[in-house]
Design a protein around this ligand. Structure first.
Ligand code: IPM
Ligand code: MG
Length: 368
């Protein structure tokens, strides 16, 4: 059998720095676990625009379609703020999501014990928190037509369209129910059925998939605004949350911050199974390109490393090895090792991006 293949797209800002630490972990798996990945690397975002005049070259897109999994760092930066919408760095990422048809975006929000003090909420509200947001990623208002800025009489009008087909709702609902079965067996679906027809349909279809295919999973519905409120009030009431593209964007940032640091959270974007049975997949940290600290060795590589752990679990059926990486991260945090974003009043061992990677490697070695 050929080696599993990975396409690495470090992107912009801190992307390359945090990805360098992931490369160390990948090499560790080759050296110490006999799991060798065929790794190739390419450009996405602003750096691709600088070289090719487009945030995602067609050749890169074609490569992404062929590999077993794509690992992405981050895209964007102030240098590109004034570019035309069609070539902004973000368009590279959106094209990958759309053309690979990565409809289920898994965004775990997990609070590490060692960091519970970091949350802006009280410790007992967040300690032990472990929720999973499943965000629909290839449809809704991000992609609906008509869209654009049009002339209407003597003024302009900006238009975006929220649009969901039944099958788009069905497939992401199934992803959420499947995940729930392997976790706390609870799904809360969020929309705005009180004001949006797309929300009415969303609620109906999620309920139908539940009743016909997953009656064993506990299902509840919430309006997304109330969901945001409940997430800050008592987040531990949730297990899996399934929601649309835009609400998922907002709610996942909110949920991420409950855990104290955006620098900690990974994500997986999954599509339909390929011929080899693996889902089309892209893994990326939830944090952005953080241009303000790029190139200074300050970035926290943990979100990107945990994204690779998600790849081990969801693309390569190596759940035990994913847990090994997650435990190594937990161990390093429990030892007080801290990148700048994690340095609180209680202090700790300050480390650079690459020192954090080395500490995690040492913890992996110790796990053998
Ligand atoms: C995210 C980001 C993206 C989104 C941007 C960078 C296009 O905010 O992944 O949450 O809005 O989906
Ligand atoms: Mg976002």
């Amino acid at each position: 059998m050929s080696n599993p293949s990975l396409l690495i797209l470090p992107g912009d800002g801190i992307g390359p720095e945090v990805m360098a630490e992931v490369r160390k972990i990948i090499d560790w798996f080759g050296a110490k676990r006999g799991v060798t990945f065929d790794v190739s690397e390419d450009l996405v975002g602003g750096c691709a625009y600088d070289k090719h005049g487009t945030p995602l070259h067609d050749d890169t897109m074609a490569k992404a379609q062929e590999v077993d999994a794509v690992l992405l760092g981050a895209v964007g930066g102030p240098k590109y703020d004034n570019l035309d919408f069609s070539v902004k760095p973000e368009r590279g990422l959106l094209r990958l999501r759309k053309e690979m048809d990565l409809y289920a975006n898994l965004r775990p929000a997990q609070c590490f014990d060692a960091l519970a003090d970091f949350s802006s909420l009280k410790k007992d509200v967040v300690a032990g928190l472990d929720i999973m947001i499943v965000r629909e990623l290839t449809s809704g208002v991000y992609f609906g037509e008509p869209r654009g800025i049009f002339k209407e009489g003597n003024e302009r009008v900006g238009i975006n369209t929220q649009r969901y087909t039944e099958s788009e709702i069905e497939r992401v609902a199934r992803s959420a129910f499947e995940l729930a079965r392997r976790r706390g067996n609870k799904v809360c679906s969020m929309e705005k059925a009180n004001v949006m027809e797309s929300g009415v349909l969303w609620r109906e279809v999620v309920q139908k998939i539940h009743d016909t295919e997953y009656p064993d999973v506990e299902l509840s519905h919430m309006y997304a605004d109330a969901g945001a409120m409940q997430l800050t009030r008592w987040p531990k009431q949730f297990d899996v949350i399934v929601t649309d593209n835009l609400f998922g964007d907002l709610l996942s940032d909110l949920a991420a911050m409950l855990t104290g640091s955006l620098g900690m959270l990974p994500s997986a974007s999954l599509g339909a199974p390929m011929a080899n049975g693996r889902p089309k997949a892209l893994y990326e940290p939830v944090h952005g390109s953080a241009p303000d600290i790029a190139g200074q060795g300050k970035a926290n590589p943990i979100a990107c490393i945990l994204s690779f752990a998600m790849a081990l679990r969801y693309s390569f059926d190596m759940g035990d090895e994913a847990t090994r990486v997650e435990k190594a991260v937990e161990k390093v945090l429990a030892d007080g090792v801290r990148t700048a974003d994690l340095m609180g009043p209680e202090g700790g061992v300050p480390v650079s991006t690459s020192e954090m990677g080395d500490k995690i490697l040492a913890a992996l070695d110790a796990s053998l």
